[in-house]
Design a protein around this ligand. Structure first.
Ligand SMILES: CNC(=O)c1c(C)[nH]c(/C=C2\C(=O)Nc3ccc(Cl)cc32)c1C
Length: 285
């Protein structure tokens, strides 16, 4: 028996649509990613399997909560059940500001940045939660999101930001092991990916820097009409100043995350300490 009443389609994620659904047992509103696996090749099916195993490891207030999955063999569909985020995605919030000619306040930007940073820190340095009963004990795992962008950050019903869509993410078993291929959004592609195509935690930091820049300037730091020109601009790493309404502190953090040399970029822990210099409180709410 179908456990969920399908409601309207609310967006598109990696591999499929996102639909609002109502759980029949208690009326709870959730989001369901709907994937037709007939159209998936072997590599995409492996990536989907990787997404499931990653979603089972993550349990954090700033990461979209995963409730489970269901395979509909008759219709060749896979459904991933996740937390509903009634505020939609950051991309829509940025578009609304541009349309209205307004800017996000510096306080709002720090509030957004702190939450996404906590989510990314959990991915990079958290401990697996094995919520799906996998047999390994809690161990340190490194999860690379690999597609951090405003379209993949959502505003939850608790007014908290949630990092979502781990459809392109990778679990690294060895800290220094590199994910071999990169498939994310070109605007946010880091310099090392243009030259070497190796992706690691510092590449997520670059994308986070691009996202923070876009929250301020309402446009990405690197833009071009063609990918070759975009690649040249990214490799040069030269960015225009953010609007003068924002502090030097904010601009300095963006510049640090957009250092062309990945070794010069801060880790999530270093960024958290920059935000809370005098506090040694746990970074997790
Ligand atoms: C116009 N659509 C929206 O405002 C919107 C709303 C109300 N929710 C969403 C998206 C999600 C949502 O509500 N929960 C999600 C879980 C995972 C992923 Cl990849 C996306 C979502 C969207 C795109």
């Amino acid at each position: 028996m179908e456990q969920y009443e399908p409601l309207e389609i609310i967006g598109t994620g990696s591999f499929g649509l996102i639909r609002k659904v109502r759980r029949k047992t208690d009326g709870k509103i959730l989001a369901r990613k709907e994937i037709d696996y007939r159209r998936m090749n072997e590599k995409e099916r492996n990536q989907l399997s990787a997404e499931f195993s990653i979603l089972c490891e993550l349990d954090h207030p700033n990461i979209v909560r995963y409730y489970g999955r269901h395979v509909d063999k008759i219709n060749c569909m896979i459904y991933i059940i996740m937390e509903y985020c009634e505020g939609g995605d950051l991309s829509s919030i940025i578009k609304k500001c541009k349309k209205e000619g307004t800017f996000l306040s510096e306080n709002t930007i720090w509030h957004f940045f702190t939450q996404i940073l906590r989510a990314l820190h959990e991915c990079h340095y958290g401990y697996g939660k094995n919520k799906c009963g996998s047999n390994h004990s809690q161990q340190h795992i490194t999860i690379l999101h690999r597609d951090i962008k405003p379209d993949n950050v959502f505003l939850g019903s608790d007014n908290k930001l949630k990092l979502g869509d781990f459809g392109l993410s990778r679990k690294l078993n060895l800290d220094r092991e590199f994910a071999q291929t990169y498939v994310g959004t070109p605007y946010y592609m880091s310099p090392e990916l243009i030259t070497e195509s190796h992706y690691d935690v510092k590449s997520d930091i670059w994308s986070l820097g691009c996202l923070l820049y876009e929250l301020c300037a309402l446009q990405p730091p690197f833009q071009a009409k063609s990918q070759p020109v975009l690649a040249i601009k990214i490799s040069a790493g030269t960015i225009s100043p953010i609007p003068s309404r924002y502090s030097d502190e904010l601009y300095n953090i963006i510049k640090a995350m957009l250092m062309v040399d990945p070794n010069q970029r801060p880790t999530t822990m270093e960024l958290i300490k920059m935000l809370n210099p005098n506090k040694d409180t746990a970074y997790r709410e």
